[in-house]
Design a protein around this ligand. Structure first.
Ligand code: ACO
Ligand code: HSE
Length: 357
């Protein structure tokens, strides 16, 4: 994504949920579409970025859904995406300079939560002169932010569009994250966070591999690889196409993502629970004022569709849509032709009727 101009907004000193502060915090962002159009705030997932919409030179990570003439039409809506606090695409995170030491924070960066991310985005929106948006939308970690947006700032939006995300992160999801965290922290190449380059952190490759297993499904892998033997054999024990694919995906992430940010974001995901301090998730669910349009994806192991549906039923004004797919959790990043129209229509109309699909 290197060719794009990076915009940043300063948000001053940020007070975190745990009482610590981040001085001189800033969020990188991208703003696309007409300045006077209704605003859609997009919250990105774990390894995503502010580069949601494509340009003539580079794709965006949600290109299939958002752009000129797309399901979310950037001729009709203005789309704003912030890189989340703690990430590595320009927002304040472990790679940023700690003003106290004049060196990068690395693992001295404070623990951050989904609520901290949302408070930071609220401050950033105000700094950009935006008081209210039409909709907040996101999947996975982005969906966690959507859910907190609707509770922390309930009057700031008409709609919440939630993809592949639940009111609290599942134990099964935390378990996958723990494998990733352990792989990184036990890698001598990680050097307690003082590595030269994430490409030296083999633990990040392993973390991504296990992540990929949890983001996809057995039916997808079987239909795609079917026990095919790989031509570029790594060693006598790793000869399958799926093995080669996993290694490729692991390596590819280390070329674009910071290992310390990955640790902080996994831990932020683990902390997600809308019920914390609000009397449990069901009570919290009853407090939403905006309309919720929720999507669950078939075969999603870590954000189960049935849990998303059960949550949506507790939200006063809500819709739930089940999307059949072999992709599992990553279904919100693909096959837009199957569900993009629901998004387009949801943005066009508001109703108080619960719809279940
Ligand atoms: C939610 C977010 O915010 S994500 C944002 C940041 N992430 C991104 O921008 C990437 C988002 N993209 C993705 O997550 C995926 O590409 C998806 C979900 C959109 C599509 O998934 P898929 O169609 O399964 O493609 P996926 O990326 O998993 O695999 C294709 C890649 O694997 C490679 N590959 C496929 N089979 C093999 C194999 N047997 N051995 C080695 N490599 C292989 C392909 O060459 C391709 O490489 P490339 O990415 O360099 O072009
Ligand atoms: N494909 C997603 C998985 C987590 O939702 C990402 O890389 O962010």
């Amino acid at each position: 994504m290197g060719g794009r101009r990076m915009e940043k907004v300063e948000i001053g000193t940020l007070l975190l949920e745990n009482g610590e502060t981040i001085p001189h915090a800033e969020l990188a962002y991208e703003r696309r579409g007409p300045m006077d159009a209704p605003i859609i705030l997009v919250c990105h997932a774990l390894t995503g970025s502010q580069y949601t919409v494509g340009t003539s030179e580079e794709p965006g990570w949600w290109d299939g859904l958002i752009g000129p003439g797309k399901y979310i039409d950037t001729n009709q809506y203005q789309v704003i995406t912030f890189n989340v606090l703690g990430s590595c695409y320009g927002s304040t995170g472990p790679q940023s300079i700690n003003p106290e030491t004049s060196r990068p924070y690395r693992m001295d960066f404070p623990f951050i939560t989904i609520r901290d991310m949302v408070h930071a985005q609220k401050r950033a929106l105000l700094a950009l002169g935006v008081n209210r948006v039409k909709a907040v939308i996101g999947g996975s970690l982005g969906g966690m932010q959507v859910l907190e947006w609707g509770l922390l700032y309930p009057n700031d939006m008409d709609q919440l569009l939630l993809f592949a995300s639940t009111p609290y992160y599942s134990d099964y999801g935390i378990a996958f994250n723990e494998i990733g965290i352990t792989a990184i922290e036990n890698d001598p190449g990680w050097k307690n966070g003082y590595y030269q380059s994430s490409e030296d952190v083999k633990g990040l490759e392993i973390a991504r591999m296990v992540g990929m297993v949890s983001y996809r499904s057995a039916p997808l892998f079987e239909s795609r690889f079917n026990r095919k033997i790989a031509e570029d054999n790594h060693n006598k024990f790793s000869s399958y196409e799926v093995s080669s694919y996993m290694r490729y995906q692991g390596k590819k992430l280390t070329e674009r993502f910071d290992a310390n940010s990955y640790l902080y974001l996994l831990r932020a995901m683990n902390s997600h629970d809308i019920g914390k301090g609000r009397g449990g998730w069901k009570k919290a669910a009853s407090q939403y004022k905006a309309k919720l349009i929720a999507f669950g994806f078939q075969h999603d192991l870590i954000f189960r569709p049935e849990d998303i549906e059960a949550f949506a039923r507790e939200v006063p004004d809500s819709e739930y849509h089940f999307v059949p797919t072999k992709f599992g959790h990553d279904g919100f990043l693909v096959e837009f032709e199957n569900w993009g129209h629901i998004v387009r229509e949801a943005l066009q109309e508001e109703s108080k009727i619960q719809v279940w699909g």
